[in-house]
Ligand binder design. Structure first.
Ligand SMILES: *Cc1c(COP(=O)(O)O)cnc(C)c1O
Length: 384
């Protein structure tokens, strides 16, 4: 058993990131400025996005998208119950109604069949979440969105570097929000990026910075002017150059970090897939999985212990884990406001009760990976 605690998802920050941050701090511009602009253009080039807007979170990107699309009171947004609260909170923020639906049993992504049944005349958008970094069934969801005249918003918090049928997530015209939160595949400590077509991104740029029609960076420069106009009551969602400094270096390391994630996942799959006490995660042939998370689902009867016990046993063996996610319909605010019962979304509820996210980070050493495998196999064999 390992002697020190293995965190679930530690960041991988090197000397290059530290040097780039220090360079920013020594410069005369530390908030949204030249490095943020460069990060936007390098990120847009990386995913093949028409345009990109750096923000202080993925949540900000989702919120700004809803506002830019004019979604508000009386409107409905169809989304998955198996997501982080942020995806659904922003729908409440604009005064629209979140219409939750169940997920596909294999990918844990929004199930197009349930989406179709949930479409009403009040529906304005479908918000898809690429759970764990496995792209959702975008062809089916786009076809539904197009035939019903709905916007398609993607919560790509897990999906940087993911591809669907060869196309990178974020390469299309619709709004796609990425997260650079501390645990995500690419991190700026806190941060996010919104991609989409140029007109949408320019509208979002204004909404995300007080509703002011030009950047402070341009105003305070030599060519700038003191004059500005507020064209809408916007938000304060901009990314700083300190964050962008981290992002620029992390983006250059992303392919190598992704390769390490795939190695760790391959080791986990080899160890756990043969065991009938586990349901291991899938990658459908048409996708490139970003492997933000490795979500193992247990068969508690076969294993002889509950998911909660399994987590406690791993913790006792110094292995950190997490659960993604407590379904939205179980949270008191949503449960009480909309009168949800746990079994309203049986696939999400059943999966929630059986799931555990194992440590997955490019920072993990081979020994760390071996320690996780050893601890899990010990539980699988002694209790079976
Ligand atoms: C992390 C996460 C978010 C929020 O990202 P922030 O950058 O922290 O706002 C949204 N949705 C999902 C699915 C997430 O995992």
């Amino acid at each position: 058993m390992r002697s020190t605690f293995l965190p679930f998802s530690p960041p991988l920050i090197g000397e290059e990131e530290i040097a780039e941050v220090v360079d920013t701090l020594r410069s005369d511009w530390i908030t949204t400025g030249p490095k943020t602009k460069r990060f936007e253009s390098e990120f847009a080039r990386y995913v093949g996005a028409p345009a990109a807007l750096a923000l202080n979170s993925c949540t900000a990107g989702l919120h700004t998208s809803l506002v830019a699309l004019g979604i508000g009171p009386g409107d409905e947004v169809i989304t998955t119950t198996l997501t982080f609260a942020a995806s659904v909170n922003v729908i409440e923020h604009v005064g629209a109604r979140p219409v939750l639906v169940d997920v596909e049993p294999d990918t844990l992504n929004l199930d197009p069949a349930w989406v179709e049944r949930a479409i009403s005349p009040r529906a304005k958008a479908i918000m898809v979440v690429h759970h764990s970094g496995h792209p959702a069934d975008l062809d089916a969801l786009r076809a539904l969105a197009d035939s019903w005249g709905l916007a398609l918003i993607e919560d790509a918090a897990h999906a940087v570097a993911a591809r669907y049928k060869g196309q990178p997530i974020g390469s299309r015209a619709n709004p796609v929000a990425f997260s650079f939160y501390a645990t995500k595949n690419l991190t700026t400590a806190e941060g996010g990026m919104l991609t989409g077509d140029e007109a949408l991104i320019e509208r979002c740029r204004v909404i995300a910075l007080h509703g002011v029609n030009r950047d402070a960076w341009k105003r305070y420069g030599k060519e700038g002017s003191w004059y500005y106009e507020v064209v809408t009551p916007g938000f304060k969602y901009n990314m700083t150059d300190v964050q962008a400094a981290l992002g620029l270096v992390q983006l250059r390391k992303l392919e190598a970090m992704q390769a390490r994630r795939r190695e760790i996942v391959a080791a986990y799959q080899k160890a756990f897939a043969p065991l009938e006490v586990f349901q291991t995660p899938v990658a459908r042939p048409e996708v490139e999985h970003a492997w933000h998370l490795y979500v193992l689902r247990l068969w508690p009867e076969r294993l002889g212990m509950s998911r909660n016990q399994f987590i406690e046993e791993l913790k006792a063996r110094n292995i950190g884990t997490s659960v993604h996610f407590i379904p939205i319909h179980l949270h008191p605010y949503y449960r009480d406001k909309y009168g949800f019962k746990p079994q309203d979304f049986p696939v999400a509820y059943d999966s929630y009760n059986r799931m555990v996210s194992l440590p997955l980070s490019p920072r993990m050493s081979d020994q760390d990976v071996a320690d996780v495998i050893e601890a899990v196999l010990e539980l699988a064999t002694t209790k079976a």
